[in-house]
Design a protein around this ligand. Sequence first.
Ligand SMILES: [Zn+2]
Length: 50
Amino acid sequence: MLYVGMKARFKTQCSECGGTIKVGQEITKSGEKWVHKKCAEDTGKGEVLP
Ligand SMILES: [Zn+2]
């Protein structure tokens, strides 16, 4: 599955695993929150490209 991903430009928290998202890590959006791309792939909660 292909997720909308980008590199984090700021430090934030992953709403899925609760871990820190560091600048430069691959992230994706889950609703209004940011999650690690890997977490989105694991849970299937990330935004998927049409
Ligand atoms: Zn995570």
